[in-house]
Design a protein around this ligand. Sequence first.
Ligand SMILES: Nc1ncnc2c1ncn2[C@@H]1O[C@H](COP(=O)(O)OP(=O)(O)O)[C@@H](O)[C@H]1O
Ligand SMILES: [Mg+2]
Length: 216
Amino acid sequence: MNKLITFEGIEGSGKSTQMRLVARRLTQRDVPLLITQEPSGTDIGRKIGGILFNREHHYMCAEAEAFLFCAARAQHVREIIMPALNQNKTVLCDRFSDATYAYQGNARGLNPEFIKVINDYSSMGLKPNLTLLFDLPVEVGLKRATDRDNLLLDSSFSDRFEKESLNFHNKVREGYLNILKSEPGRFRLIDATRDVDTIQQEVLRHITEFISQSNC
Ligand SMILES: Nc1ncnc2c1ncn2[C@@H]1O[C@H](COP(=O)(O)OP(=O)(O)O)[C@@H](O)[C@H]1O
Ligand SMILES: [Mg+2]
């Protein structure tokens, strides 16, 4: 059985923070691991991300956006994720297909059947085996993301998605929760309003349980 674990949630929900911390813990336990992210998990994906996140591209149509994320995923799955799964590594991926359904489907309004076609093709039909959904009110997530960006050298930094309206981000959140309702077995809902350490304990518990079950 594959061990593809995805981290999902709105901007500022703590995905990257938790992934970094749990990767350190798992590495200390000698778990064979690959940590990666979308869309920038490959050189090609990073270049595609440059187009996607550029604030000057505010007029990008939803279809182009969906195709670009899927192009990055096609490369990422074939170049990075599949080879790691084939070496029996546990793959931790910061965002994957669910993000396309939540952002380009629920929030941008693209037909989920269209998304399914392009996503299944780009992901080679690969589905996450476990998905941690970091959930919190969008106002809290966006405030955290803005505070994080303000610490960067370029304090004006914030990408095209962070610039979207509260309504947009609420639709993303709702989109994620809808997927969770339709596939409860794959998801673990994480209350991301709590402190980093408390969340980390829960994340580690879910991942450890999953790895020990999949090794049986
Ligand atoms: N549980 C938490 N409570 C408070 N701040 C947090 C928490 N988790 C992460 N942060 C901070 O919020 C910001 C966004 O976290 P990040 O992990 O980058 O989110 P994401 O990857 O989901 O966009 C960072 O500055 C991070 O240090
Ligand atoms: Mg992040």
